[in-house]
Design a protein around this ligand. Structure first.
Ligand code: ZN
Length: 337
């Protein structure tokens, strides 16, 4: 049995539609009334969206359901499915902790509650029955205040037993106005020894070269090999890895055909930039990691040798895999920052 590492999976998008629908039915949720038949709910939940913006609205829907009380229910099922159906040996789960806190509390109280959320997820993910090595990536969010985002970085520093890194999410077109703030938060995180990734260069609206020096890995980054291949040698020198999530680009309308990823892989291999193949939202897409691999193979985007190279890269760039070392270039960035 081959075992895989998954580096880019959102907690909100990891819930498979049937588990979410059953939960909504049990809770008498309005969506369950709207979709009393499972197949109609599945069609609504997994259909492609017109844009990344529209796609992210689905995350909001799941975030509202994933309250502190409900988190163990979802996380336990995520781990079980990942072990049984995906042969995962290692999984990094990412989410914005503030968005799982009680909405009736004020900002300071919600910030204080984030640690409970981290603990609830971390404890539910440790299952003797389904022994996957798991860790959490906390996502800052482009729509949250600077105070909350800084508290998220502080929390990552305070709970290394549960958290391996930070990210920024929320739609890459929204960072522009606060680019300097995010760069400062990344420098702050690196200075505390926290590993970093960011949703960057996913769409043509997410082109922020200013943030590139501060990330160990790049969430998506497909527009770099597609539109800015001249940046690839810099990425190779910093030993940065792209987290490529093939199904996402079809679901968000960023690409129209998976074959468009062919030059992404070709140019990265040629430049010596590692790629980790990931799912992003395995539940929301109903496409688990082995099927991402298979889709790339059957569409002749990569061959088996290249797949093996990507699978090995996933372990090499994992933030909390026991033998992973931080990329050397990032250590330099820490001292500079
Ligand atoms: Zn993502």
């Amino acid at each position: 049995m081959s075992l895989h590492a998954e580096l880019h999976r959102h907690l909100g998008g990891s819930v498979v539609p049937r588990i979410l629908w059953r939960y909504l039915v049990r809770q008498d949720h309005p969506l369950a009334e709207q979709y009393p038949e499972y197949k109609d709910f599945e069609a609504f939940f997994t259909r492609p969206r017109r844009s990344l913006e529209e796609y992210l609205e689905l995350h909001t829907l799941v975030e509202h359901v994933q309250t502190l009380d409900a988190l163990p229910y979802f996380v336990m099922r995520l781990i079980r499915g990942a072990y049984i159906f995906e042969n995962l040996a290692y999984l990094e789960i990412r989410y914005t902790p503030y968005l799982r806190t009680d909405r009736n509390l004020d900002e300071d109280q919600r910030i204080a509650q984030m640690a409970e959320v981290v603990r609830a997820i971390g404890d539910a993910a440790r299952s003797p029955e389904y022994p996957i090595v798991t860790s959490q990536i906390l996502c800052m969010h482009s729509r949250l205040s600077d105070k909350v985002n800084r508290a998220i970085v502080d929390l990552a520093a305070a709970m290394p037993e549960y958290i391996c890194g930070i990210d920024v999410a929320g739609g890459d077109s929204h960072y522009a106005a606060r680019l300097e703030t995010f760069a400062d938060l990344y420098k702050y995180a690196l200075a505390m020894g926290i590993k970093t990734t960011a949703h960057l260069y996913e769409t043509k609206d997410g082109i922020y070269p200013q943030l590139l020096p501060y990330v160990c890995r790049i969430g998506h980054g497909i527009q770099i090999p597609l539109l800015y291949p001249e940046l690839l040698p810099q990425l190779a020198a910093r030993r940065q890895c792209l987290e490529i999530c093939p199904t996402t680009y079809i679901k968000t309308g960023t690409l129209s055909d998976i074959g468009q990823l062919r030059p992404v892989f070709e140019r990265c291999f040629e430049a010596g930039v590692d790629i980790a193949i990931c799912t992003d939202n395995a539940g929301l897409h109903d496409v688990r990691l082995p099927f991402e691999y298979e889709n790339l193979l059957t569409n002749d985007v990569i061959d088996f040798k290249q797949l093996k190279a990507c699978q090995e890269a996933s372990f090499r760039h994992a933030f909390a895999w026991p033998h992973a070392k931080p990329p050397q270039a990032m250590l330099t960035a820490q001292t500079v920052g």
